[in-house]
Design a protein around this ligand. Structure first.
Ligand SMILES: *Cc1c(COP(=O)(O)O)cnc(C)c1O
Length: 503
């Protein structure tokens, strides 16, 4: 197979290998790495993939992008990552919602009950192999800014992995109680967790600045460390996400819900734009996806962008019941922009966004984008109504993020009259947000989180995921809540002291 080359979305076009970009995360010019070309899946390939298991599909698709890994390496990594033990009930199963034409792609059967596990179980293995291939004697220091789910999924994936340590920053008031507990109870000798006063964008901006700060990079190099990222700015996060989109189409084929070539829509509850970008790449590979419906909550900056071509972050920030989508800077949009409008334009817009908080794409770019993408949003009441409506109508329990997507799907279908089948991406277990789900169903929210889990279990007749229930007896390890200005010091301290100041 031909070698896949990666380069930055901005001016620096130095060609890099997949293992290099997985090790290094963000490009030195501040851009994100993208492949110079998208490999294609022909009909015969898709039909062959349909007969394979999830981990075989993963190995095949990843091998098309990660060409400096062998197929055997990728198959081993995928087999371990997506085992029945880690993903109870399968890695990315589909639930058909009656004859509604909607198919729920459930991405939350992994060890932290959120879709981030789909990438973050395999990415540590890809990173370990990349470090080995590079021949360096250094260790990776992973920095993560999280709006909730990434933090825990990354901690779970990287804990006690050789030659890696991980420091996670979460907005102290921007995540659910359960999410906070999942993180502050994390076990492992190489992990550090800090709450930050502020919102997710504050965390993400500060972490990005640490990444590109020459002085800090040099200081941690003295400790024999280099920075790497687990956020969806890292290509190692995105590549495994392409897999489940291809796989979902294969499953519909295999179940004879569709025949090859039939177009289906895809609706993705979107925050940082990583998940939906993976759907777009699957489409470019040749999977017959029609519209990619980009669902936002009240932070509807992407909806406004697709409608008007203006990306304006100078707006009120809302804290919602779908906190993993409370985002005003959707980093992965940069990848889309560079793919459709070129690096020069992309760099200019990113500079404008950084300096003025706003950029505008020309009408022709907006029109090109609207061939593939359509934005919708759900406010809080619409999100709650959707949770109740789907539970009443189908007995199907969803979390608030998934509800945003289902509301968007229904709005799209009624506004356009498009009756194509739709894959609706379900990104979290409802148990991860039990308070909000109970309230939407018309119940009071119990003061105690575990009581909320139990109540939801008795109402829905489904089981509380073990990883959430076991938090009840887990020891809280990380109490620090810091100012965002203290993030660089926290990173330097951790580079010197692997136990994160716990002893
Ligand atoms: C991260 C997350 C999202 C948003 O995904 P992006 O790739 O950032 O767009 C949606 N729902 C849940 C539950 C998430 O954890």
């Amino acid at each position: 197979m031909e070698k896949m080359i990666y380069s930055s979305t901005r001016s620096n076009n130095e060609p890099r290998t997949a293992s290099y970009v997985i090790m290094n995360g963000i490009a030195p010019d501040g851009g994100l790495y993208i492949p110079n070309e998208i490999p294609k899946l022909e009909k015969a390939d898709v039909l062959a993939l349909s007969e394979m298991s999830y981990h075989e599909r993963a190995a095949k698709i990843l091998s098309m992008f990660l060409t400096d890994y062998t197929y055997e390496e990728l198959l081993t990594a995928a087999t371990d990552s997506y085992s029945e033990e880690r993903f109870k009930g399968g890695a990315a199963p589909i639930s058909k919602l009656g004859e509604s034409g909607k198919y729920m792609l459930e991405l939350w059967h992994g060890p932290t009950s959120a879709f981030k596990d789909m990438a973050l179980q395999i990415m540590p293995r890809l990173l370990s192999m990349a470090i080995e291939k590079s021949g360096t004697d250094k260790e990776a220091l992973i920095l993560v800014a999280t709006s909730g789910d990434t933090g825990k999924a990354a901690l779970e994936g990287y804990a006690d992995v050789d030659r890696v340590r991980i420091s996670v920053f979460y907005p102290s008031d921007g995540v659910s109680n359960i999410q906070k507990m999942q993180m502050v109870t994390q076990k492992g000798k190489n992990v550090c967790v800090s709450g930050v006063k502020g919102n997710f964008d504050h965390c993400q901006t500060a972490v990005k600045q640490v990444f590109s700060n020459e002085e800090i990079r040099n200081k941690i190099a003295e400790e024999n460390l280099f920075f790497s990222s687990a956020n969806s700015i890292n290509w190692g996060r995105l590549a495994p996400q392409i897999v489940y989109y291809v796989s979902s189409y294969c499953d519909l084929l295999k179940e004879k819900e569709i025949t090859y070539g039939e177009e289906v829509n895809v609706c993705v509850p979107t925050g940082n734009f990583g998940n939906i970008l993976a759907a777009y790449i699957a489409k470019l590979m040749g999977i017959p996806f029609a519209k990619l419906i980009c669902a936002s909550n009240s932070n509807k900056i992407l909806y406004d962008f697709f409608e008007t071509g203006v990306y304006d972050r100078r707006r009120e920030f809302y804290t919602t019941i779908s906190p993993s989508m409370d985002i005003l800077i959707s980093s992965n949009l940069e990848r889309l922009l560079s793919m459709v409008a070129g690096n020069e334009n992309c760099e200019k817009w990113m500079k404008e966004l950084f300096e003025n908080g706003i950029f505008t794409v020309p009408d022709e770019v907006r029109k090109t984008l609207s061939k593939d993408f359509k934005g919708f949003f759900a406010d809080e009441a619409q999100t709650q109504n959707t949770i109740k409506r789907y539970f009443d109508e189908f007995g199907y329990l969803i979390d608030p993020h998934t509800a945003v997507a289902l509301h968007a799907t229904d709005t799209y279908m009624s506004e356009t009259g498009d009756t194509k089948k739709t894959i609706v991406v379900s990104t979290a277990s409802p148990y991860k947000f039990s308070g909000a789900v109970l309230e939407a169903l018309g119940y009071e929210i119990p003061a105690d989180d575990f009581e909320a889990l139990e109540r939801l279990q008795s109402i829905s007749g489904t089981n509380i995921p073990e990883n959430l229930y076991s938090l009840k007896s887990a020891e809280k390890r990380f109490n620090a809540v810091i100012e965002k200005e203290e993030i660089p010091d926290k990173v330097l301290e951790f580079s010197k002291n692997k136990d994160c100041g716990l002893n």
